[in-house]
Design a protein around this ligand. Structure first.
Ligand code: THU
Length: 128
């Protein structure tokens, strides 16, 4: 499943709308029930309106009634494995503090981190 998720994140970069940064990002979010939700970055002429790929996938999942996630793969056109930005880490933490995050490089190699190591001492209303 991990390889499928990684391949999907790489492919989703093609759908990115990133005319300003030219940095295309794809994200594939795996739900506990096996569904996979897609995201890509969607930029805007008003730069601050831009949406990251990870939060696009998350919003799509929540809109479909899904709130339980196990893994995320995120890939970009940059040379390094793509790590989620701080805002996306916080957004993902709301639903999946123990999420497994695969950070994918363009050649398909990836590094894996538990979300809580990317966002230590996270602010959350959950008590686990
Ligand atoms: N971006 C993402 O989609 N995810 C991240 O975690 C990092 C940044 C997007 C936002 C913007 O469209 C472009 O990458 C450059 O920052």
């Amino acid at each position: 499943m991990t390889e499928e998720l990684v391949a999907r994140a790489l492919a989703l970069r093609q759908n990115a709308y990133a005319p300003y940064s030219r940095f295309r990002v794809g994200a594939a979010l795996l739900a506990a029930d096996g569904r996979v939700f897609d995201g890509c970055n969607v930029e805007n002429a008003a730069y601050g309106v831009s949406l990251c790929a990870e939060r696009g996938a998350l919003a799509s999942a929540v809109a479909a009634g899904c709130r339980d996630f196990t893994a995320l793969a995120v890939a970009s056109t940059g040379p390094e494995p793509c790590v989620p930005c701080g805002v996306c880490r916080q957004a993902l933490c709301e639903f999946a503090p123990n999420l497994t995050v695969h950070c994918v490089a363009p050649d398909g190699e990836f590094k894996t981190f538990p979300l809580h190591t990317l966002l230590p001492e996270a602010f959350t209303l959950r008590r686990e």
